[in-house]
Design a protein around this ligand. Sequence first.
Ligand code: IPT
Length: 919
Amino acid sequence: MSYVEDFAPGENVLPARAWLDDDTERVALGGDWSFRLSPSVADAPDDLKDPDTSGWDTLAVPGHWQLSGYGAPAYTNVVYPFPLEPPYVPTDNPTGDYVRTVAVPASFAGARVVLRFEGVDSRFKVYVNGSAVGWSSGSRLPSEFDVTSLVTPGSEARIAVRVHQWSAGSYVEDQDMWWLSGIFREVNLLAQRPEAATDVFVHSSYADGVGTLRVDADVAGTVVVPELGLETPTGVEVTAPVEPWSAEVPRLYDGVLQTAGGAVRLRIGFRTVAIADGVLTVNGNRVLFNGVNRHEFHPDRGRALTEQDMLDDVLIMKRAGINAVRTSHYPPHPHFLSLCDEYGLYVVDECDLETHGFGYEPEPPDLPNPVMDPRWRDDLVTRMQRMIHRDKNHPSIVIWSLGNECGMGENLKAMYDAAKELDPSRPVHYERDLEAEFVDIYSRMYTDPAGCAEIGADASKYRNLPFILCEYGHAMGNGPGGLLDYRDVFDKYPRCQGGFIWEFIDHGLRTTIDGREVYAYGGDFGETIHDGNFVCDGLLFPDRTPSPGMHEFIKVIEPLRILAAGNGAISITNRHEVLDTGHLTFTYKIEAEGNQLTTGTLDVPTIAPSATVEVALPAHDASAPETWLTVTAALTEPTPWAEAGHRIAWGQLRLDEPAAAAPAVSGSPAEVSAGVRGIAVGVVSNARVEVWRAPIDNDAQPGVVESWREEGLHRVQQRVVSQGERDGAYEVVTRTAPPALQWGLRSTWRWTATEGGVQLDLSVVPEGQFPKVLPRLGITFELPKVERVEWFGTGPNEAYVDTREAAAVGKYSATVAELQTPYVRPQENGHRIDTRWATLDGLRIDAVGTLFGLTVRDWTTHDLETATHAADLKPGDVTHVTLDIAQTGVGTAACGPALPERDQLKTAPANLSVRFTQQ
Ligand code: IPT
């Protein structure tokens, strides 16, 4: 059998070892390599021992060949894009040959010369100077080959690497992401001196102010930590008073291991991960994981990230208050882990393993999931060992994870045992161990808040292990909604220790379709089998700008709770793990209808972690309507990840007593009909009752949109039943109903004159067998093209009934273009719930009594619904305004629990009163 379809992890690969920052002399092999892509293994000439590369192209390493014009990216989530008959892969197996020469320095003489690959997708074979060296797999794991006997220091060596898109390894790398191939991480040629350490394991724990350190190394030496005055031989345990490492205070001590062969630089973080009484602690403190699942992704580079990309991710996370990352679903580039050590993020380091497309049960008669099949055991166990060896020295890693979505099988238990043998200091996670047979942490994905609470409340379940949601809050498209419900559970049950949002970033690949730049998703590259835009489900858009879901998450997880105390005071709770509030400055502003009355600094005593203080309200005058106090806690000094003034938390309290709605001013009946009718028609043309929204991804499942369509909600028609002067108003009665069905909404639109305008009092009454839930209920109308919108209500970003935590009451201004959220696949967006008033260029709209949800766009709902990419949307000649009485929430049902009843808009009689004034 060819190595391409071999169950083994590789051949002639050196044992795994720690990733080290050391003095090893090296030649970096990045940059252009000669490159040739063959459509299949059989088509790839058997010439790599002595290739003539004169006719070849060049390709940059690191990179993916599909993103450089060879072949095309393909996206599948669960399913494999090839037939399931392991270990076989299609004969059409794109095979890329990379060739380059390297000048082996004369100084390499006497050293073991090692060729190291940090990541090659998916399987590769190496040739050096005409000899086959070996092969390896495990795309996101390093592989090293001893090439000493094949190279001559002081001369050039020729390296050829044959990389296969598909291999037996593809069966265990079925992660939900683009299939992208090639040498996508660095390659180095190393000179290892026999007297230099090549593998080092730093054991550094913390208890009660004391750090314990022991450094094991394959070559003995001396460990020096100058700041601690420590100097100790390898293998010997020493203690010293230290400050602990945590995500909040990532205290690192620089150390060095000195051997005869040179130095290994160590960044030592003292910290102890423990589990007691169902709670996971770091240095004795309960950890609440406010985490994200992070794939490595860049819209142009795929998984071949630059160090700047990695830093960008870490800074975005730190600024957001995110404190944890699950490296879904493979070990990230090692530099990312160094950044997590330095900036402070707890890491769940996950092995490069997923077999989702097998389903969870073996399919009879003979298709066992690889995790059940002994033929795969060596590969899977080796994957786990390779990850742990590479990453064991990162204090940021607090949990090892076996992989994702493989069902259950003995190989997983073998991986668990291997992990414990190598590193008993860290707990091991695996979500599909649903009965907690061997894992150290109980984990689920997408469980609803009630289900989490059940686990939290019952210590007899799952061996009373700490419980985390390794995935929740599916951030696809508009959403995630309902995050507050999870926070309540995490607050209430110590065992419920938070979770990881699925996921950090949309994997939209930047490309051009029909001359327009778009972010591509599944199907855009002509794949025959794909999962559409399921690959765009992040808190960040592909270009790393935050989506509204990110702002919402930031608010929900913020480390301080600033609330009304109920007795005329402000309550501030510090939810940090170890930080008090000494590093924060509290300021406030008081606004009436968005106009600033006062601002100042709020005198807040230093609040210890978990403590609450109450602070008196600053002196204020609350006589004006809509008087709001906003308190902000911001960094006093810059940190490595944010500037001074960076907002850490905020809260808003309403100071005035909300007044009853002022009655509408009516003119005399005689004046009404002529004047009002004219004004009404003049300002708002084509006014209709609106019940439809361009379905969001979360509407698509399970069956929600289908039932809405069956009810005809997407194609209602309007009939004017009657119109004329009545009881001092111009009254129009309409019936809004779908074709072919009998149910409808009977609406009475009463227009009365007001000073300088008209007031609309609308009442809507459902008739017949109407649908129980509506996407939205409101009115929509057209205006001559609007440029700018100013509004007093919630903002600055879109806010729905279940995504309004990040929205502050205030006065905002935006162009119509800025009001749109550019979801990669267009869908309902831009709603501002609880608007009090808005001006759309010269037209002012005031809520009378109940508030309305405001949406303003330059295209119709139909345009929004039929567009496949944001770039498809082109402004038309008029502006479309929707004033919602209410709208169904957004939830997370694309991959999560159904929208709670509470957030569904139940069909019932409803009213809307708004005043239109031309300014
Ligand atoms: C879950 C996967 O673990 C994750 O990789 C991703 O695919 C996510 O779904 C959907 O975006 S698995 C799902 C069956 C719950």
